[in-house]
Design a protein around this ligand. Structure first.
Ligand code: GLA
Length: 409
């Protein structure tokens, strides 16, 4: 049920294959009001490193570090508390925080005092994924409380709403999906009624082609897959699942391939670089998920590469398309503002591509003749010629920005 691809979707995906086809890049919800998230949200989220251990102090430290490391100034402004902050509801149904978060308003004030924004987490079900209190039946009350605290971002995670959908529409999968969509719509209305601009992040793992309906229920972003893990296989398989989704992204509404694992687990430097580069190519939200107070310099350098961030934040909001693959090498392209273009070549293989050289085909990218660009990881000028052989280390990437492209006519 993860991904149902009707015929017309396959046709649309083929059109989207050409990164310069304007029609293919038309946002799905161009008439919807979209004041928030005009570029993909950037910040930090507690889950990927702290999971259920996160405390008020960890959130404050993360805020401090975003400022001290220059990450805030590079664009990382949301500090998002994920699951496990919730306590019990009182007799009036008002949700309390648990003892790890003694005073949420004070925490929000602290985060705001640093020039940052606060994000929070809940579920349309009665329980969150970690078994804490969800918002079912208390949507308006919870939305008002978030607004009164000064919350700027909500991640709304399906979880225990799944059994609720099954209860409401036993054995009727289509009706269960409609129930799910209406639950997301209910919280959207509650957030709008609460009167504070709050970025609305849908988390239901890409079910029921969420990209087709999320903007209609006010979604600024929506998870397209299951949970990411700090392993190359997880990152590469999520990356591959994004092919064909470019047409659904645009200012105010973004595909979300999940939060960053840069700096987590045992990812090699090449893998961290490729993960970050490709999330930027995908116009994905850039929510760091690492241990900021103990961040290594090389991880800081990846997360704060301004020219890679600029690709993610390009004002046109066109997500990259996978133009072609050859062997274990994938070539992605993304049109940028002012006629610029980003090209990413990823070696997903376990060996350096030398015994079986890969040749870059510029014609397939719609380019004509030699192109001069900048390699965004070496900082050097690079000249790309048609069919040039490229040697890229295992799980590494060549990421090039071409300021002025010459295209095939
Ligand atoms: C789900 C989500 C994760 C995280 C956890 C919290 O698994 O997909 O991103 O929010 O729940 O319990």
């Amino acid at each position: 049920m993860r991904r149902f691809i009707p015929l017309y979707f396959a046709i649309v995906a083929m059109v989207a294959f050409n990164p310069f086809c304007a029609a293919a890049q038309k946002p799905a919800a161009e008439n919807a009001p979209a004041q928030t998230a005009q570029t993909p949200p950037m910040g930090w989220n507690s889950w990927n490193y702290f999971a259920d251990r996160v405390t008020d102090a960890d959130i404050r430290h993360a805020a401090d570090e975003l400022v001290a490391t220059g990450m805030r100034d590079a664009g990382y402004v949301y500090v998002n508390i994920d699951d496990t902050w919730e306590g019990e509801r009182n007799a009036d149904g008002v949700l309390q925080t648990n003892k790890k978060f003694p005073d949420m308003k004070a925490l929000a004030d602290y985060v705001h005092s640093k020039g940052l924004k606060l994000g929070i987490y809940s579920s349309p079900g009665s329980k969150t994924c970690a078994g804490f209190e969800g918002s079912l039946g208390h949507e308006a009350q919870d939305a008002q409380m978030y607004a009164s605290w000064g919350v700027d971002y909500l991640k709304y995670d399906l979880c225990s709403y799944i059994p609720e959908m099954q209860k409401q529409a036993p054995k009727d999968r289509a009706e269960q999906m409609r129930t799910m969509i209406s639950a997301y719509g209910k919280m959207d209305k509650a957030l709008k009624a609460a009167g504070r601009p709050i970025v609305y992040s849908l988390c239901q793992y890409g079910w029921d082609s969420v990209w087709e309906w999320a903007p209609q229920v006010g979604g600024n972003l929506w998870r397209t897959t299951g949970d990411i893990e700090p392993r190359w296989q997880s990152i590469y398989s999520i990356l591959s699942e994004q092919a064909g989704l470019a047409q659904y992204a645009g200012p105010g509404h973004w595909n979300d391939p999940d939060m960053l694992e840069v700096g987590n687990g045992r990812l090699s430097l090449a893998e961290n670089r490729t993960h970050f580069s490709m999330w930027a190519m995908l116009a994905a939200p850039l929510l760091a998920g690492n241990d900021l107070p103990n961040m290594k310099p090389e991880i800081h350098d990846i997360l704060t590469n301004r020219e890679v961030i600029a690709i993610d934040q390009d004002r046109l909001g066109h997500q990259a398309t996978r133009v072609y693959s050859e062997g274990e090498v994938d070539v992605w392209a993304r049109p940028l503002a002012n006629g610029a273009m980003a090209i990413a070549v990823v070696n997903a293989g376990s060996d350096r591509y030398s015994s079986h050289p890969f040749h870059l085909n510029l014609t397939k990218l719609g380019l004509h003749g030699t192109q001069t660009g900048k390699d965004l990881w070496t900082g050097k000028t690079i000249t790309l010629t048609n069919d040039m052989p490229l040697e890229i280390a295992s799980h590494d990437i060549l990421l090039v920005r071409i300021a002025k492209t010459s295209k095939t006519r």
